[in-house]
Design a protein. Structure first.
Length: 204
């Protein structure tokens, strides 16, 4: 469980915008090790801890920055419009949906939105999402190598999209190294060693 908590902190930390699909496969894996509800609550608590750190880090980084440059994408603009009307609902939706949670984070920091309300919305959105994915992992029981493949493919697709948008971005190498660390931690013991049934399922 300690490895799971550390992976959660890593995937929802400052690098989360460039690792958008790295955490879901981890939930599929750990849903086989622990009851899905335990995984969901522990993961949501750890991600909220990371979000608390992100909140203050982003506040320092965005001091004097132009918000339009940060949320200028199409989805970013959509989140901005939603946040202007219903900030709590927007954070909640971004916490469980494909909408970028980093956009809601930036907006919350920029307008000085209550961190207590922000973290409450994050927890309310991530507990059901994490439970759902962990439950899928429990019933599907993918092998550790299947999970690693999903992480690598999703991360590669994300990095490729970032490269074609701007091939000079230096943080691509950082994202690649972070992905390797995540894969290594997710598929090494106890993840592989404690899942004999998952390995057997993957070999059938």
């Amino acid at each position: 469980m300690l490895t799971f908590l550390l992976l959660t902190l890593w995937c929802h930390g400052p690098l989360s915008p460039i690792l958008p699909a790295a955490y879901e496969p981890i939930l599929l894996l750990y849903g086989q090790l622990y009851p899905p509800l335990v995984v969901a609550v522990a993961g949501a608590a750890a991600s909220a801890t990371a979000e608390c750190l992100n909140y203050y880090l982003y506040r320092a980084m965005l001091a004097g920055a132009h918000i339009d440059r940060v949320v200028s994408s199409r989805t970013g603009r959509a989140v901005t419009r939603m946040f202007a009307r219903r900030p709590f609902l927007t954070v909640w939706i971004c916490a469980w949906s494909p909408l970028p949670d980093w956009a809601a984070r930036v907006l919350a920091v920029r307008v000085g939105y209550s961190i207590r309300r922000y973290l409450t919305a994050v927890l309310a959105g991530r507990i059901p999402q994490f439970w759902f994915l962990a439950a899928i992992g429990m019933h599907w029981a993918p092998s550790g190598w299947t999970v690693a493949t999903i992480v690598v493919v999703s991360a590669a697709a994300t990095l490729a999209g970032m490269f074609f948008r701007n091939p000079r971005r230096q943080h691509l190498r950082v994202a690649g190294r972070a992905t390797l660390l995540i894969v290594g931690a997710a598929v090494t013991p106890p993840a592989l060693g404690v899942l004999p049934h998952a390995t057997e399922t993957g070999q059938r």
